[in-house]
Design a protein around this ligand. Sequence first.
Ligand SMILES: [Zn+2]
Length: 177
Amino acid sequence: MQRIPLISQEQQQRIALRNQPDTTRLWQILDAVKDPEIPALSIWDLGVLQDIEVSNDGVLVIITPTYSGCPAMDTIADDIRAALAAAAISPVRVRTRLAPAWTTDWLSAKGREQLRSYGIAPPEQSGADELTPDSGISCPHCGSVQTRRISEFGSTACKALFRCNDCSEPFDYFKKI
Ligand SMILES: [Zn+2]
């Protein structure tokens, strides 16, 4: 018997949102909007795309930044408006919601895999929130857990810089928040 991967409650709630008949098509259109930093990763799989509401006033898209002051959010909002405009959907408003704050639990399974194939180790789902230099973070290049933290901060503050002892490659680890 095949084992079904464990889906967190957060993920179940997110998937339920997509199954509302009046917005299904809109969710599908917005799957084309990607994270400006990681071109393969959709804002849905990243967990930034939160909700879509349809009313007589048009379409309201709700997004939550991965961390406050994230400079990519303006680009993401523009991309959302452009994607919906291309499908002749208007008017569209994009609203940023800060609470509840974005959490790495909102990253989808697909999103975690896309981070890994981009060379970024996804946040560890279990284990301590406190990151120690030898946390056993697996290398996105070769899969080895013989890795060590070089710096508490990687290319951005939400990442830590690691190096793999086996393949010697450095990599960013997306911190669990
Ligand atoms: Zn490696």
